[in-house]
Design a protein around this ligand. Sequence first.
Ligand code: COI
Length: 385
Amino acid sequence: MPKLSKQRGVGLAFRLRTMGDRVLDHQWSFAEQAHSHPTSPEARAALLANPGFGRVFTDHMVTVQWTEGHGWHDAVLGERKPFMLDPATLVLHYAQEIFEGMKAYRTSNGGVVLFRPEENARRFNKSAERMGMATIPEELFVGAVEALVRADADWVPSGEGSLYLRPFAFATDVFLGVKPSSSYTFCVIASPVGGYFKPGVSALTIWVADGYTRAAVGGTGFAKCGGNYAGGLAAQAQASANDCDQVVFLDAAEHRWIEELGGMNVFFVMADGTLRTPPLSGTILPGVTRASVIQLARDAGHTVNEAPYSFEEWKSDAESGRMREAFACGTAAVIAAIGKVRHGGGEFLIADGKPGQLTEQLLSKLTGIQRGQVNDEHGWVHRVV
Ligand code: COI
């Protein structure tokens, strides 16, 4: 007979199901605090009608604390509410902070699923190590996300929308010395979303960063830390000032090699059907969508080269027709075609400026898997409800 045991840390229960010495499964459980004024079904329906991206939030959040000597404790699933932070809290000064982006999808049969959540948990810990922060057990990370999705399942839009989940952690020591914090808060919030880009944009116009780089070898480029995004905002403002949707960064050493966009990875489709994407050299984010696109393209018989591609090559290949499609990808953006590239010296079109055929095929395969409409042959979908 399987045996269920409960191990209680400081306010954090851990349930372990064992058979002899074998662990069958384990689950973290969260202290649940009732919401004093949950959103009414009518108000929620109105918010879900047109949520945009990142502006509407669900009723709940999960928080877990970490303190040196105690580890993770006080896991709470409760009402979403502001943090109260001392003005000297370390994160406000030295940006010791990391985050993840993932989504819950409503499937055709009404269930709710996550997509490869363990990949986000692994990347979160890689980011934590790089930023000198406490790592978190993967099952606690995934368990926290699941607990929030279950509590706010009614907020998962149907149709093309999804519930964007934002796990993050930050340094909470009240101290102005420059050293890793001895305490952290891990938190998960959720936001029902539609598309990341403004409606009506079928293909993006991309601005090539002028005078700004995003990451250098040995830096934090591969980590999902807020600082990487903050450092890209002036370039994103430059992109907007030039009427572009996104910025693409070139490498810091030679200002020549294409790296990634302000918040997503980039792919190129060549006329011979091969794909090319910048390699994971430590300066770009190892995207979960990026890895999934590589797998899906290979499954469909395409060669994918993770190889450097220079801006000059991109421009001349676009002009000669050797490169016929380009797209950005990430959890928030999914797969978004690039139609035009603008830079200090002019601009060029990608083919006819419209989404390419392979870009659309990959998008429909990926979203089909996520919504249970296409066979999930890699076991990427993780059912929650
Ligand atoms: C994501 O795609 O989830 C991102 O993190 C990109 C951006 C919204 C920061």
